[in-house]
Design a protein around this ligand. Structure first.
Ligand SMILES: Nc1nc2c(c(=O)[nH]1)N[C@H]1C(S)=C(S)[C@@H](COP(=O)(O)O)O[C@H]1N2
Ligand SMILES: [Mo]
Length: 216
């Protein structure tokens, strides 16, 4: 994985070293997709902050940008012009340093399957699922806000922050409720979506004083 931009230790880190960088933990997180489904998933990994501390961002680094691998032979979705490829995402530095932001290597006690982001992804449980970028090959520390794939595709629908928020609807659908995968049936009422996906006690402080309707 390439490490570049506003950072002291700019040399690449290979996956063997990443796996040894901090002790692995199992963390059970809720995942809420922007399109209204949700799931509870046991991930394996450690806090993204562990890696960030190790590579020593400079004082100029205010954001962290992530880039996905481009392998059209195996990633057949890349053959379709759904988005500009590669998939890119980003976090503000304080979000990336939050202990709940996970650098993920596995799920259900096993190594990540390719489709879920092998060999390494992030999991940001208080944001819509598309922020949890998979198969990361580059982490870039930046002074300015990085571009993000869904924001490039439809800026009025997908903001940089994309925090789970039942009070801020998507322009084309409500975000007030969600369908929990596995509970699905005609008679099963939808669940109420929780502020910051239920992690408000931990993360609301990151957004004190921000208008979350404006910074969606
Ligand atoms: N590189 C990359 N990361 C991605 C996506 C993608 O298309 N490419 N999709 C996102 C979306 S929309 C969601 S909901 C989650 C889904 O994670 P999963 O495939 O492990 O369920 O991954 C996110 N990360
Ligand atoms: Mo999604």
């Amino acid at each position: 994985m390439a490490i570049d931009g506003e950072v002291k230790n700019r040399k690449p880190i290979d996956i063997e070293d990443l796996l040894k960088l901090a002790p692995m933990e199992e963390r059970v997180y809720r995942m809420r997709c922007v399109e209204g489904w949700s799931m509870v998933i046991p991930w394996v990994g450690y806090s993204l902050a562990e890696l960030i501390k190790r590579v020593e961002p400079t004082a100029k680094a205010k954001y962290v940008a992530f880039t996905t691998a481009t392998q059209p032979e195996s990633m057949i979705g890349l053959r379709l012009p759904v988005l500009e490829w590669p998939y890119v995402e980003g976090l503000r530095m304080d979000e990336a340093m939050h202990p709940l932001a996970l650098l993920g290597f596995g799920l259900y006690g096993e190594v990540l399957p390719n489709q879920n982001g092998a060999p390494v992804r992030i999991v940001v449980p208080w944001k819509y699922g598309f922020k949890s970028i998979k198969s990361i090959v580059r982490i870039t520390f930046m002074e300015t806000m990085p571009k993000t794939s869904w924001n490039i595709a439809a800026a009025s629908e997908y903001g940089f922050y994309s925090n789970v928020n039942p009070a801020v609807d998507h322009p084309r659908w409500s975000q007030a409720t969600e369908r929990r995968i596995g509970e699905d049936s005609f008679f099963q009422p939808k669940r109420k979506t929780l502020m910051f996906n239920g992690y408000a006690d931990q993360v609301a402080g990151l957004y004190t004083g921000m208008d979350l309707k404006k910074f969606y």
